[in-house]
Design a protein around this ligand. Sequence first.
Ligand code: GAL
Length: 442
Amino acid sequence: MKSKHFPKSFKWGTAISSYQNEGEYNTHGKGPSIWDTFTNRKSFKKGNGNTATDFYNTYKEDLLKVKALNLDCFRFSISWSRIFPHGIGEINPEGVAFYHDLIQACIDLNIEPWVTLYHWDLPQALEDQGGWTNREILNWFKTYVEFCSKEYGATVKTWIILNEPMSFVGLGYFLGMHAPGKKGFKNFLPAAHHATLCQSMGGRIVRKNVKDAIIGTTFSCSHVSPLNRRVIHKKAAARIDALVNRFFIEPTLGLGYPMDAIPGLNRIEKYVLPGDEELMPFDFDFIGLQYYFKIVAKFSLLPPILFAQEVPAEKRDVKINAMNLEIYPKGLYKVLEKFNAYPGIKNIYITESGVCFEDELIEGKVNDKNRINYFKKTFKYTLKAIENNIPVKGYFIWTLVDNFEWAEGTKPRFGIIYTDFKTQKRTVKKSGLWLKRFLSKR
Ligand code: GAL
């Protein structure tokens, strides 16, 4: 398989996010986000993103690397509290200028900037008022998206509204594992419904403000299979599938929440106000799929409503990444097939895929051949999807440089470039060098 086998118009990119990369967390006018609060608590033991990869100061050099690796597109997110330090109201001109400079730096290098409006770093000031659980978020998000789309719409054409709503709502407002650390259905359900509404509203706002905008949003997805062929486990797998794969895309397509699979989800109706159902769909130009691992599901009495659990990959004698998740490249093909089966899908971008290991720098080199293997295989499955008429239009590697991996800190390394977190020195890994060669022959 060679890159020239892909269509000429196929876009190759890499993705990063504001909290995981920027640093300068409390300077240059930026207000605190929920991730600043979450990681700077005494009880949090995995470090913090206060400096992260210092992207705020190194973006020019990092973009030169994007160029040198022969990538076409660069996906980054805007830190809401760098623009609005208090979530709404007063604007921080230095923050606004930073993203103008970053966008311009992309354009100067002929790299397409792809902007994600929300990649999990909610302003703390808004969380203090309930964050995603408070319906007011519709007004807060509206103000933020109106501002960004008007400000950057002349130079940025591709917009992503949300990054993986199921991840930030599920991990942040149901399991309490991510910021802001809230738990239970009473937080999850309103947060989920408000995220659905914000996702489509964001799309409508960008459509109104940005001429020729290409608008998408991203969904986390996994291939889910049952522990064995027993019906009880098959049904458990269907419920997990509804939660991880169906929950956010279906209302966007006008299909409502997947209550057929999880009847207990009907409790969400409490938060659905008259008129909401018409506001939930939006005609996105593309959907972004983000794929990392496979899930094996089994029946379980806990948690209630879901009555299903994951069987940990460590217990299944399979290949795992540094976050103990199963590495399963073929799953990318399966999720592409699955999402493409929905009516109304126009274009699909793989807006993130990658794999983490505890890579080591030895004598100036990082020999990450497992990562090369992952990309070779997932590229092959992407090509197979294209050959089978699935409209996959691009692949964004997660990620450019090893960064701050949320609740896991800096141990799992996802980059194709190694970061020395003490000196911020970057070293292109073997996978990066491989990618550069792969993309040079288009
Ligand atoms: C995604 C997320 C990224 C990154 C990646 C690797 O869910 O959007 O920010 O952390 O997972 O775990």
